[in-house]
Design a protein. Structure first.
Ligand code: CP
Ligand code: NVA
Length: 305
């Protein structure tokens, strides 16, 4: 059984296979109507159930379109529509859904819930974001970086702002795919030592934004207030020196590119000038969620990697 709860579940070879597959399949259907099924329909007859205990635009729609383009169909459930939200256990939910569908994707708060779902499901379980990690996002991000002409080994990435779930998965990716990541986060919002250790010596945490972007090929940030967190003016104030501005981008490598998983808050973690500027990769990054989800699904079913 192949679950995808973190990038390490696939390992470097699995992630490399996903990236190659996503790039190939994207090219193979360039210009096609979005609803047209891929020529080989590799997941014909398969059903993906998606459960959302938090809101989503990209993850929801990209997974829905991903399974359709692979020849399958989906069921989407929001928190308020599931008995899970009224106290039915995760384990019972895993057993029930395993009898109906071929794979389950879930977005939730506590990472332990995804682990419990996987422990009791007899079909693949995919982590569509938890408070701990967001591995699906990172497959799309790496695809975007490769499309922009970079090789992952030796790449220099800078992370600015909150030491959050997306950073955890990016740290894990750095260790697996051999790129370097320097994170600049304010006191109290730094990644844990365990998260840094995921990068296998390829991650550093520094105290200023300028230090982080020095020599960076790619500059990445994310919202300062993640889903489920209280809006706190003190946190926003602490984050302000880590805002990605044009001045900061000028301190990175010439031509450095900008990534953001979205949704974005212009004027907070990044200025409009940067995120809407010529070096921003946010639109291909968001589109690649679709192509990456397809390769994640195919990996879960043992078709690649
Ligand atoms: N980046 C991302 O996961 O977006 P959604 O919250 O819209 O799914
Ligand atoms: N860190 C953000 C990512 C959103 C895709 C959050 O958890 O809300």
């Amino acid at each position: 059984m192949r679950h995808f709860l973190n990038l390490s579940d696939a390992g470097p070879d699995g992630v490399a296979a996903m990236l190659a597959d996503a790039l190939d399949r994207k090219a193979a259907r360039a210009g096609w109507p979005k609803g047209e099924v891929d020529a080989d329909a590799p997941l014909a007859g398969h059903v993906l159930a998606m459960g959302f205990e938090k809101t989503s635009t990209r993850t929801r729609d990209s997974f829905d379109m991903a399974i359709r383009q692979l020849g399958g169909t989906s069921i989407v459930m929001d928190a308020g529509q599931m008995q899970l939200g009224r106290g039915e256990t995760v384990a019972d939910t895993a057993h029930i859904l395993s009898g109906y569908v071929d794979a389950i994707m879930i977005r939730t708060d506590d990472h332990a819930k995804v682990e419990e779902l996987a422990a009791h499901a007899s079909v693949p379980v995919i982590n569509g974001l938890t408070d701990y990690s967001h591995p699906c996002q990172i497959v799309a991000d790496l695809q975007t970086v490769i499309e922009a002409g970079y090789a992952l080994p030796g790449l220099k990435m800078a992370w600015l702002g909150d030491g959050n779930n997306v950073l955890t998965s990016m740290m894990e990716a750095a260790g697996m795919m051999q790129f370097d990541i320097v994170a600049a986060c304010p006191q109290g919002f730094m990644p844990s030592d365990e998260d840094v250790a995921l990068a296998n010596g390829r991650a550093r945490v520094v105290g200023t934004a300028k230090e982080a972007v020095e020599g960076a090929d790619i500059v990445v940030t994310d919202t300062w207030i993640s889903m489920g967190q209280e809006h706190a003016d003190t946190k926003l104030a602490a984050m302000m020196p880590f805002q990605v501005t044009s001045e900061l981008m000028a301190d990175a490598k010439p031509g450095a590119k900008f990534l953001h998983c979205l949704p974005a808050h212009r004027g907070e973690e990044v200025t409009a000038e940067v995120i809407d500027g010529p070096n921003s990769l946010i639109w291909p990054e968001a589109e690649n969620r679709l192509h990456a989800q397809k390769s994640i699904l195919r990996w879960c079913f043992g078709q690649i990697g």
